[in-house]
Every structure is written in C-alpha cells, then in structure tokens.
Design a protein around this ligand. Structure first.
Ligand SMILES: [Zn+2]
Length: 418
C-alpha cells in the first residue's frame, strides 16, 4: 500500500469510526432521554383498561380530540408503541383518538416550579444535543420549533397514511371523509408552547404559521418578550410585541392559547381577541386554587370568545389522580363555561403524572357517564367541541401546505432583530 493509499484508508476508517461513535452517542442519548421521560411522565394505572359495556359502545362512536401532548419532545419514534410515555400512533389508534394536538415545547427552565422561574436556564437544549438534533436547534428556539414540526411531518410521511397532520379546514374535511371509510387513521395538529419560540420577533409568526403550527401560547414557564407567565418572575401581561404577535396570529388563523399565561396575560388576550381564544391544558380555581388555573370569570370570558377550555389530567389542575377526578373537573368547567366550551387537555408526555395513557381515554368516557353527563354532552367534551372550533377557525385550505424543507431549518433569512 502506498503511503497515500494508507492515509486514505486510515481516513476512511477514522470516518467510519466517527460515524459509529456518533450513532452510539445518539443511541445512548436516546436511551438517557427515554429514562428521563419514563421518570417524569408517569401513569398511575397501566393498560389494559376495563370499561363498562355502555362506555365501550359510546367511546367507539366518539370523535375524540386532545388539545395538548408533548410527545414530540422526547425522541421516541411515534410510529412505534412505546414502553413508557403516553402517546404514539398505535396508542392513539387503540384509544380511538381522532386528533391529538402535538406541542413544541422549546425551552424549559431547570428546577421547574409552578411559582417562579426565570429564563436563564434551558433543559430542552440538553435533550436536543442528547438526541442529535441539528446544531441550529441548539442555539436558537425558532429552528428548534421548526425541527419539531419536521419530526411530526416525517412521522406522517412514514406512517402509511395512519397519521396525518391537519393544517387546514380542507384537510380536516378530507380526513373526516377518509376516517369514515378507514378507521385505522389518526391525526395531529401542531402547537407551540410559549412564544419565546419566535426568537423575539413577532414577524416570525409567519414562519411558524407556514410550518403548519395552528396554536401558540404567549408564554410557557417564564416571562418572555411577549407576555408574562403564570410561573414567571414578574407575571405581567402582554407587551407591545405581544399585542403585535396576537394580531399577527389572528391574521394567520392561529389560535391563541392562554395555558400557562399569567392572569394579566389571560385578561389582555381575551380583551383584545377578535377570534376564539383557547386554554389548551388548564384547570379552574374552583377545583384547585393555583396560579396555574383560571378564575371562573376568565373561563367565562374565554367561552364568550367562542373558544374552549382543555381540562388537564394531572393533580394540580383536576384535583386528583383518577379518571373520576378529571370527570368532576370537567363537570365543574361545564357549569362555569357551558357545555359548548369544554374539551380535553391531557398534557400527555408533559412531565406530569396522569391516570392512564392514550389507550385509557375510555376510562374518562366511563367516568363522565358516572358523573351524570348524557351522551350528547360527552360527545362534545370528548372532541366534538374541538372539531367545531377547528372547522370554524382553521385556514380554509391550500394556503400554506406544508411540510417544511430542510432549508427552512437553516433559516438564515429569519429575522431576530427584536
Ligand atoms: Zn404545558
């Protein structure tokens, strides 16, 4: 072997070794992230789930929708049934879920707590690195959100039609028609948890809307340039940038989601909204009195916009650890906001303890029967209200269409000027 060839061969071996190391590091990273997910996203009662005859018959007829899950965060292949966590396509299908909102949670402070967090730390970057996400996602939040959208699109593309990402009212209508003929399909809708994902510029609403996001919360666990968080330091309302963002979101048919917003932000959003406002995963202070939850007046104000309240499945919003606790929280929300304005907001895979995974939603149908709701009310709460809201508010169709390109990920043209 000539020395040039030896060097070339050595280079090839080094490249192969580096590739193998990267793969091993990725597998190790995924394993470590999976362990973290299993530790944080717990399930009180493991499947299989037994329900009454009446619940089984009714649940099979429902169009079930859930307004919040963080399943895009943890690196699992959502086409495979997971051994931990709560949501993936096989479990959505088994649970008869017609639509799961998949949220991009782009930044999460260390030592997360309900009362007071600042924006200086970022645990999601550790996940991004451990899972081998593109380096652009390590540095900025907008590429991180876009990457999470691209993960959803790739799952849909590989799913043999079992998973669709709904972006328009036309998508929803086509999905409904197809689901009538082929029940083994389910759908996702993309959301963003916290407008810090816009990297400070309200004009980036156009970029996330183009990527297919259809809901966004002004703030997540910390105050940002747009709005105060219920868990922030100042807990202020919408800023001028925040007001501009809300206007731009409405202009792009995105729903403003006040889950996690400070009380002042909730009031500011509702006061300026011209379109329905939602609280995707929330509770009411009449059930659990916490900064995370809405007052009766706020719940009614959201209902008056035409929006819905997605009632959460974890103890600090529903007041307990069982399906019966969620049903009681839902019954209270109906009394406050009206039957047309209550929905499900599980927070599956959201680092909270929940009673069951997505295959166990039938237990909630059973608990709602037990709580005295009639079939029509159960149909509305379990997904009918969300269907109505989306049919009325999604952009009509063919306006954006689509799967984002890898060029969008690099996104050098994204403005971060403010
Ligand atoms: Zn959340």
């Amino acid at each position: 072997m000539t020395s040039a060839r030896r060097i070339a061969a050595g280079g090839a071996i080094a490249t192969a070794a580096a590739a193998a190391l990267t793969l091993a590091a990725k597998a190790g990273g995924r394993w470590a992230v999976g362990r973290t997910e299993a530790r944080l996203c717990t399930t009180a009662q493991l499947p299989p789930y037994m329900a009454s005859e009446r619940a089984r018959a009714l649940h099979a007829e429902l169009w079930v929708a859930d307004l919040h899950a963080d399943s895009l965060l943890w690196g699992r292949d959502l086409l495979q049934r997971g051994s931990h966590g709560h949501v993936d396509v096989p479990r959505l299908l088994e649970g008869n879920v017609a639509l799961q909102v998949l949220a991009a949670s782009t930044k999460s402070p260390r030592h997360l707590n309900l009362d007071r967090n600042d924006d200086r730390s970022d645990d999601v970057v550790l996940l991004a690195i451990a899972l081998g996400w593109p380096p652009a996602t390590w540095r900025r939040l907008l590429p991180r959100a876009l990457y999470m959208a691209s993960r959803a699109d790739r799952f849909a593309a590989r799913s043999d039609g079992r998973l669709r990402i709904i972006r328009t009212a036309a998508d929803l209508a086509a999905y409904d028609a197809d689901r009538g003929a082929r029940p083994d399909i389910t759908a996702g809708l993309l959301a963003i948890e916290g407008a810090h994902a816009l990297d400070g510029d309200p004009a980036n609403v156009d970029i996330v809307a183009d990527a297919g996001f259809r809901m966004m919360g002004p703030a997540h666990f910390f105050d940002n340039a747009f709005a105060g968080s219920a868990h922030g330091v100042e807990k202020g309302g919408l800023t001028d940038l925040g007001r501009e963002m809300v206007q731009r979101m409405e202009g792009r048919s995105m729903l403003v989601d006040v889950a996690h917003a400070s009380s002042a932000t909730v009031d500011d959003v509702v006061a300026m909204a011209r379109r329905p406002v939602i609280a995707s995963h929330t509770g009411l202070r009449g059930v659990v009195d916490s900064v995370r939850n809405l007052t009766d007046a706020q719940a009614r104000a959201i209902a008056e916009t035409g929006g819905v309240l997605g009632i959460g499945f974890w103890p600090t919003v529903c007041g307990g650890t069982g399906a019966g606790d969620i049903a009681r929280a839902i019954a209270h929300a109906i009394r406050v906001a009206g039957i047309e304005h209550v929905a499900l907001g599980s927070d599956f895979d959201g680092a909270v303890p929940v009673p069951f995974d997505a295959t166990g939603l039938i237990l909630l149908t059973d608990a709602l029967i037990e709580a005295g709701l009639d079939d029509d009310a159960i149909q509305k709460v379990m997904g009918g209200n969300v269907h109505r809201l989306l049919a009325e508010t999604l952009p009509p169709g063919d306006q954006t269409n689509g799967a984002i390109s890898s060029a969008a990920l690099a996104a050098p043209s994204v403005s971060t000027g403010r």
